[in-house]
Design a protein around this ligand. Structure first.
Ligand SMILES: Cc1ncc(C[n+]2csc(CCOP(=O)(O)OP(=O)(O)O)c2C)c(N)n1
Ligand SMILES: [Mg+2]
Length: 295
């Protein structure tokens, strides 16, 4: 598949994320959209041995979505990869559907681990990688964690174990979108120098300047020594824009879409507008082009 085809798959996954979460009136569109390129790169290019018709191949690579609330992005990718049909999206987050709010290994084809409790997915991935090493299984284990998720102590316990057992068959992808449910990382609990922290825990780190750029994501995942990859998604205009777009809904609808009380959503939109205004001013003072209202 060439880069244009992969980008087209990403566009389709993005459409599906929006349609799924809108129809269900719940879910996490933001964290799903930010992880789209990483997931499509993994399932269409990087991971070996994935085949919807032969899901039980013991030597195939493994994937754990540690930030399990980004399930819509995983579902969109698995559908594009042929694990199930698009009609399943109609039952997203419904009782007895295969596409639960968080990935369920017993219900959804192609899912390798049930996740959703932040911090646990990376721990499962470490266990899988350790098990593979001990049994001589050549598979590689990939996991995506969120930046808010890294505030969980479990992430660092798992990382310490990964270093102790020399798990060079594990790659942690860190989705650094700068936001979590209650605001920006900096407002909730600032992460400090996250690259230095991963390095101190023994990872070989690559910082990807734009985690929504398919070529950059593929280049980083192609590196031999890679054990941790930081997807930087905090480029101005991305996330605030999405939040402000929610204003097109009534506050009750917007709150339902975010899965948060109206007051919290209102506060986030207010903050997003402030960020956007600052970014527009900054862009103008840097002499960069800026189209008001459509950024
Ligand atoms: C242990 C645990 N605590 C709280 C939650 C509720 N929760 C779901 S998503 C989320 C924010 C996660 O932020 P981040 O990891 O940055 O995700 P992203 O920005 O990618 O959506 C929280 C607190 C949870 N799922 N698990
Ligand atoms: Mg985040």
């Amino acid at each position: 598949m060439d880069i244009q085809e992969l980008q087209e798959v990403c566009r389709q996954v993005r459409r599906d994320i929006i349609i799924m979460t809108n129809k269900a009136g719940a879910g996490h569109p933001g964290g799903s959209l930010s992880a789209t390129e990483a997931l499509v790169a993994l399932y269409f290019v990087v991971m070996k041995g994935f085949d919807p018709k032969d899901d039980k191949n013991p030597n195939r690579d493994r994937f754990v979505l540690s930030k399990g609330h980004a399930a819509p992005a995983l579902y969109g990718t698995l559908c594009e990869r042929g694990y199930f049909g698009r009609e399943e999206f109609d039952h997203f987050r419904q009782l007895h559907g295969i596409l639960q709010g968080h990935p369920d290994v017993k219900k959804c084809p192609g899912v390798d681990a049930s996740t959703g409790s932040l911090g646990q997915g990376i721990s499962i991935a470490v266990g899988m990688a350790l098990g593979a090493k001990k049994t001589g299984n050549p598979c590689h284990v990939y996991t995506i964690i969120g930046d808010g998720e890294s505030q969980e102590g479990l992430v660092w316990e798992a990382s310490m174990a990964a270093a102790h057992y020399h798990l060079d068959n594990l790659t942690v992808i860190f989705d650094h979108n700068g936001l979590q449910i209650d605001g920006s990382n900096d407002e909730v609990m600032s992460l400090g120098d996250i690259q230095a922290k991963f390095k101190a825990f023994g990872y070989d780190v690559i910082d990807v300047a734009d985690g929504n750029d398919m070529q950059q994501v593929l280049d980083a995942l192609g590196e031999e020594e890679l054990t941790a990859m930081i997807l930087d998604l905090r480029e101005p205009y991305r996330t605030p824009c999405r939040l402000v777009l929610l204003e097109q809904h009534t506050m009750a609808e917007a709150a339902q879409l975010c899965g948060r009380p109206p007051k919290t959503v209102e506060a986030q939109i207010y903050r997003a507008k402030k960020m956007l205004a600052q970014q527009i001013l900054q862009r103008e003072s840097d002499g960069k082009e800026c189209v008001h209202g459509t950024v």
